[in-house]
Design a protein around this ligand. Sequence first.
Ligand code: S3P
Length: 434
Amino acid sequence: MILCVTPDKKLNGSCCVPGDKSISHRAALIGSMADGKTVIHNFSKGADCWRTLQCLEALGVEIQQQENGKICILGRGLNGFCEPDDLLDAGNSGTTMRLLLGLLTGQDFFSIITGDPSLRRRPMGRVIDPLVKMGADIRARCDNTLPPICIRGTNNVHTVEYTLPIPSAQVKSAILLAGMNGKGQTTVIQKLPSRDHTERMLQYFGAPLTIKGNVICLQGRRPINGQLIQIPGDISSAAFIMAAAVLVPGSEVLIRDVGINPTRTGILDVLKLMGAEIDVLEQRSWNGEPVADLMIRSAQLKGAEIKDPLLPRVLDEIPVLAVAAAAAEGETVISDAAELRVKETDRLKAVASELRKMNVEIKEKPDGLIIRGGQLRGARVKSWGDHRMAMALAVAGLIADGETIIEDAGCIDISFPDFPDVMNALGAGIRAEN
Ligand code: S3P
């Protein structure tokens, strides 16, 4: 699929975005480990979360998919899963693979997890290392670092005190899910905070999890009960609409029901730092997650410095922030972002290469980018098979001179299949062609 983007059409009106991808994965995984029924509303429409559901079904979980994104999960308890009779396929989803390995550490049977070519290149040593310490027998390609991964779990999960070497929510979550079956207390220490949806969701399900400063403690082998969950809109999907509304002159957009968990709102802070006007309205809480409506108006942006400790809070938004920087006055410097090289693609390299085709002055550093703002030029660019690249480039097309064509854009299905429709309903000109 290609996306053809016609520029200069201002965006007006209101919209919603799909259910949060990170929270949807966790609701499905933790609901499956609970006793009884978990009902989830507004489950993500993206392919990644459907991979999690398919893997859980292959592990014996009964899942009923109902209308309007409503899903019912009949939990199997902490360690009542069944040995799968085929490979588990996580597709493009790093979260599915890493969190599922945590769940499988406490299941006394054998499984093999694989994924698509992009996922089979992503580093798994970071989860394999702590899970082996917790008692899982794990074998993987390339010196135990790359998928496919074979895992034999255990009914004797050891508890650990583990200091995370990188601020990764996926690693933290894998350890906590394994710790649910540990005899005693599992402790995770994080030097820099990463998204905390697993901690919030486990607490919401009644797990004995406490957080003091940067130390998370979980008591294992305490059964949890099924819950009713409403998934907030995904701020990482909203980020594309926010950036578009800020960048296209004359725009004013209201995005309803967006998750504003403070570990995820770096995009709001950075856009505001660059000069955007964003109002956070009607703040409320859904199953322990803060939610709000966001009102965004267009503004002239100026360059900014984006680095730690902010970086983990805007990790997935760097491609679209690079587009905002390309249209801002002056220079933007992004640092401490080397993790972006091991996402769905090497996002630093991909962003630099594609934005250069659009006339942007951009330099790649080992851990970031230096971007000088100016006028973008429409071009034929490609997504590198990465959903966030495809949508960031579409936003760039909205403010370029002339038409922009984004090749290999079918990957938007990973997180935001309706992206062109939602944008067009606001007034954008984005045509999807096969
Ligand atoms: C995610 C954590 C982040 C993020 C990814 C989703 C999660 O990855 O980039 O899109 O749901 O836990 P890392 O944990 O590798 O930083």
